[in-house]
Design a protein around this ligand. Structure first.
Ligand code: SF4
Length: 262
């Protein structure tokens, strides 16, 4: 059973070869330090929101982190309705849903899911400003997969469901983009997912049985210019430095002998 998340779908759609390098060969590039600290702050914010939903105290965390405190206060002022609940609604953060299709297990982790009798709201925190490409958010695999999984694993019909992205760092206050769902979108996502799975199954089989590599995306599309694997793929660009990859697959390393205590 192969677990498939929105990230897998996004990379697969960008380029099958990139999928192979990233998820089959598990090649990764260490993130630069400034990006690491931004990523850490983003995951701290998600943990903070999770802790709050669980009813655990968050004041000590806010007192230690001015940045998290600023974001939290901004959200409380901008969208207080997101932080109140009543007996008619069910809500859960870091909510996990899965759906099995063939040999694949589709997985979504919802930052916050709020369900009432006739409405299902998916809330997603983004700890960066509203991007300029916001018109494409409904085409993002995160949007599509999360809505699809919820519709397939609940009694809600698509028109009762929505996905709201919250961009915490937008100025002067956090901004949201709400995406409504329709039966037409749901059917299209299903067709697209099945088509992707069919191709992925073929590529995995060819890789296993004939050691064939996954196909590369056409160079004319432009994805290679932004890809860390450009040199590995012979799609070289003069100003690209050669990246040094690390493999997260440690099975090839020799066993380290045990050191006896003196
Ligand atoms: S360099 Fe181009 S072909 Fe190679 S993995 Fe990246 S996007 Fe795909």
């Amino acid at each position: 059973m192969l677990r498939i998340s929105q990230r897998h779908l996004k990379v697969l759609e960008t380029c099958p070869r990139q999928f192979e390098y990233t998820f089959c060969d598990r090649l990764t590039l260490p993130a630069p330090p400034d990006r690491q600290s931004k990523t850490q702050l983003g995951s701290d914010f998600h943990l903070l929101m999770h802790q709050r939903e669980l009813g655990l105290p968050i004041e000590p965390i806010l007192a230690r982190s001015p940045q998290l405190n600023t974001w939290m206060q901004a959200m409380l002022q901008t969208a207080p309705e997101l932080f109140t609940s009543d007996s008619q609604t069910w809500r859960q953060s870091e909510h996990v849903r899965t759906l099995e299709i063939g040999n694949y297990l589709f997985t979504a982790i919802y930052d916050l899911l709020i369900l009432s009798a006739d409405k299902a709201q998916i809330i997603d925190w983004k700890t960066y400003p509203l991007p300029r490409y916001k018109k494409d958010l409904d085409l993002e695999w995160q949007t599509r997969l999360y809505l699809y999984l919820l519709a397939e694993t609940s009694d809600y019909v698509p028109k009762q469901m929505s996905f709201s992205y919250w961009f915490i760092q937008s100025t002067p206050q956090p901004k949201s983009v709400k995406i409504d769902y329709t039966l037409k979108q749901h059917r299209q996502t299903q067709l697209d997912l099945l088509a992707i799975l069919e191709k992925l199954t073929t590529w995995l089989d060819l890789s296993r049985t004939k050691q064939e590599t996954f196909p590369q995306v056409a160079a004319s599309i432009g994805s290679c210019e932004r890809c860390n694997f450009a040199i590995r793929c012979n799609r070289q660009y003069p100003d690209l430095p050669a990246p040094i990859f690390v493999s997260s697959d440690l099975s090839h390393l020799p066993a380290i002998p045990l050191i006896s205590p003196r």
